[in-house]
Design a protein around this ligand. Sequence first.
Ligand code: LRH
Ligand code: MN
Length: 429
Amino acid sequence: MSAITADFIADQNRTRLADHREDFEALARKLARRGLDPEALVRDAMAFAVAAPSWGVGTGGTRFARFPGPGEPRHVFDKLADCGLVHSLTRLTPTVSPHFPWDKVKDYTELREAAKSHGLAFDAVNSNTFQDQAGQPLSYKFGSLTHTDKAVREQAIAHNVECVEIGRALGSKALTVWIGDGSNFAGQSSLARAFDRYLDSTAAIYRALPEDWRMLLEHKLYEPAFYSTVISDWGSSYLAAQHLGPKAECLVDLGHHAPNVNIEQIVARLARFGKLGGFHFNDSKYGDDDLDAASVEPFRLYLVFHELAEARRTIGPSFSPAYMIDQSHNVTDPIESLMQSAIEIARARAQAQLVDADALAAAQEANDALTAHRLLKAGFLTDVSPLIAEARVRAGGALDPIATYRASGYRAAAARERPAIAAGSAGIV
Ligand code: LRH
Ligand code: MN
């Protein structure tokens, strides 16, 4: 299946360029009136990147059902082709975050070359001790890194160490560790001893990390466990990261919090103490819904990027959390959802760059609540669509990625080439 060519993208852009130029120049004038430098903002938007999840290009599902669409990726090479397409149209997703063993292959040099052929590299690798694989000696039914049975913990540790080895072959620099370990009944497990087992097991994985690697600990309030989860919140994750050492940091998946939790404040706290390692961007209304980023609460995503802009101003260029998407596309074409989400994440970041930080700080110090709120909200109320579109076009991307994708017939070609997946399975992938 052929990728979309630069010529095709240029063709598709041609009919939209005049309107875009007009909109961009109008926005540039508005920003200049605010004392901002539109060119610097475009360059900044061009430098932004977020990783695509390899598991995000297949149709996702729930525990009830998964309804595969046409042209589902058959294997990781198809996934890379689809991720490559997302990047070629948005110019926002030059890296892929793989998941093992879902993306397991015999030859990782071949996989690295395949990614390169689509203009991609690899971001953090994800381990998986929340499912039992065929032929796996010991089950993770009652946990993995925190299982009461040492042999099960060692099996889970060995899998994570193997993921680090795979990641090294792929050129990755980080391991994301999310475990579903927990309990469904009060009393079922010792809350204290389970955490101690987590610290011991992750310390063993930590010792296997190359010098320049990070280990990203991902907290989650609940699911698959429904009474207690060992790493249920940022506090547990932070305590563990502190305990493990400088290479251990906390990963914030936006959907892993109770409704109405002030996630932007968690971001500010973790950044302040040098433990904000990365993000899994998505959106949610109730639980870990894994909905498209900014599709439910765009203001919340904006507030997260405001805290990231503040942290970057305070800490400086060394502040570089890993930005990754983690979503489940149950009712949309996954390629379209990933493109739309990457654009919405770039939008929130570009809007956060518009805040007059000095005026905001002055209003905060003066307890002028409304002025402070208005100064903060001014970025969110600015339509930066022409600015992020300009960044896309200058980088060779599409003015309208979804329209260009639909005009390309890529999905129909994929459906012709890739056998249809039978309906009836359940689960997130
Ligand atoms: C857990 C999670 C984790 C992934 C999985 C696909 O809910 O967010 O990051 O391993 O989704
Ligand atoms: Mn996640």
